[in-house]
Design a protein around this ligand. Structure first.
Ligand code: PHE
Length: 506
């Protein structure tokens, strides 16, 4: 069916840059480097790479293939593909929506820091106290959030090739160049090598006092797996959506490989840029290493702002470059999340025989996200007394101490791993791996069917149980609960496989 409303990618490289743009985001910059250092350095990297090859790559191929095969976003893709578990498509739409409620707030902070660092070149570069100031000032947070959403709206309104592809074609190369500039500056700071040791040498984080106790095996696996999923934009409908705009000529395994490799490369490069700078600056200013904040929003907006502050006026210039880079990463991810929902509505309309006004749909989607995001912005990471724990008077480990963590727990912590597990079940056991592999084969001359089948049938589900359990254990603070849930999930998985009739092929 000829469908002019949907549009398609202008070129394969345009698609690749957009997919890499989706993958490369805040997760690469503040998540990966810190988690790597904390969870075993080089060993963590190996675990991460193994998961990326056996789980991430297989799911990436599956999502792109499912999107292309059905020519639609997650809801319709699953509906067309499976009878029994079609509702999993809703998980793949709810998760991006929830992620956007806080991703947009963080994107807004990036805009704020671009502006203040630029002004800082002339008027003095702010230090980390600026982060506390913005957290406790809901109006600034909401103002920059609005700006961020307007930028995303303008890009998504332009459609696939006219908006998303165009932005990424300029944005991704620019991000890369800026990252190299920041790495050079960071690695030439005195004591930068301590940061490198933290990141790469197994056990150094404990020995040097960065952290007090070593993480458990379950938690390392869950950390690496959760990070890998989030970073590759998997189980969020994003790759299904982007895949639905791909032409049949494109080579899916090759594209998937390029996305995985670049995403990991940028995560490592981001590590070289931020960790050595943060550690060096901390040591040079007499801060005990255990107190240097190396992960999460604090790394990005407080610790690194001190680095730029201590460089003098030139720090304003590096700060401006750095925060533009982070902003590009955030925008290119956010537009892929928004596109999941916009595509879903356009496809739904087409099915009903109605035409769609992309601009109108994009405005409405962005407005609803913004409305909820205002709550996250006003909460200021729990600074302003309106966090869920404070409002409802319940305190459970870390998941409800601020609205950001609350939405993150439901999306990244639960919807994502559970969605991926059900996806593997559908492909591997309900429909059979051939049902997706026949799509992968189109445009690809090699043969990875055996590899694909083993990954999707056995490795992915088992690993997903542990990732789900680990993230539940992390959010709710109990290892025992985590393990109990892992075993429970395996049993549920087995029961669902039986229910689906154990489709298997030779
Ligand atoms: N991959 C992005 C990051 O690392 C986040 C993201 C997740 C984007 C899921 C789209 C879909 O920050």
């Amino acid at each position: 069916m000829e469908n002019n409303e949907r549009g398609s990618w202008g070129s394969n490289i345009g698609f690749l840059l957009a997919a890499i743009g989706s993958a490369v985001g805040l997760g690469n910059i503040w998540g990966f480097p810190y988690k790597m250092g904390k969870s075993g350095g080089f060993v963590f990297l190996l675990v991460y790479l193994a998961l990326a090859v056996f789980v991430g790559f297989a799911i990436m191929c599956s999502e792109l293939a499912l999107g292309r095969k059905t020519g639609s976003g997650p809801i319709l893709a699953y509906k067309n593909y499976t009878k029994r578990f079609a509702s999993v498509g809703w998980l793949a739409v709810a998760a991006p929506f929830l992620i956007m409620t806080f991703y947009s707030v963080l994107g807004g902070y990036c805009i704020y820091y671009v502006i203040t660092n630029f002004i800082g070149i002339f008027k003095g570069v702010p230090d980390s106290s600026s982060f506390g100031a913005i957290l406790t000032n809901p109006w600034i947070s909401i103002g920059v959030l609005l700006l961020f959403m307007v930028i995303c709206f303008l890009i998504n309104r332009g459609g696939i090739s006219g908006g998303i592809e165009k932005f990424n074609k300029v944005g991704m190369p620019a991000l890369f160049v800026m990252l190299v500039i920041i790495i050079i500056r960071a690695l030439t700071l005195p004591n930068a090598v301590e940061g490198l040791k933290f990141m790469f040498i197994p056990g150094y984080a404990i020995k040097a006092g960065f952290i007090s106790e070593s993480p458990s095996v379950l938690s390392v696996l869950a950390t690496a797996g959760g990070q890998m999923f989030f970073s590759l934009s998997l189980a969020m409908g994003a790759m299904i959506t982007y895949g639905s705009y791909l032409s049949k000529e494109e080579n899916l395994p090759q594209n998937s490989l390029v996305i995985v490799v670049f995403d990991t490369l940028v995560a490592l490069m981001a590590g070289l840029a931020v960790i050595p700078a943060a550690v060096a600056n901390g040591i040079n200013n007499g801060i005990p290493v255990g107190e240097i904040k190396l992960g999460g929003p604090n790394l990005l907006f407080a610790t690194l702002q001190d680095v730029f502050h201590n460089m003098g006026a030139i720090g304003g210039l590096f700060g401006t470059i750095f925060y533009i880079l982070v902003l590009i990463a955030a925008v290119s991810s956010a537009i892929s999340l928004i596109e999941v929902i916009v595509t879903m509505i356009i496809d739904g309309n087409t099915l009903k025989g109605k035409s769609s006004d992309r601009s109108m749909i994009t405005v409405i989607v962005c407005a609803i996200i913004t409305a909820i995001a205002c709550l996250v912005a006003a909460d200021g990471l729990g600074s302003n007394g309106i966090a869920p724990a404070q409002l409802f008077g319940v305190e459970v480990a870390g998941w409800n101490d601020c609205w950001l963590d609350f939405f993150d727990c439901w999306s990244e912590g639960l919807a994502m791993p559970i969605g991926a597990m059900i996806m593997a079940l559908i492909i591997g056991w309900e429909k059979g791996s051939e049902s997706i592999y026949e799509e992968i084969r189109i445009g690809y001359e090699g043969d990875i069917h055996r590899f694909y089948r083993i990954c999707i049938k056995y490795i992915v589900p088992i690993v997903m149980c542990f990732i789900s359990a680990g993230s539940i254990a992390d959010y709710f603070g109990s290892q025992a609960v985590g393990y109990a849930i892992a075993i429970g999930l395996l049993v549920v998985y087995w029961a669902m496989c039986r229910a689906s009739g154990w489709v298997d092929e030779k």
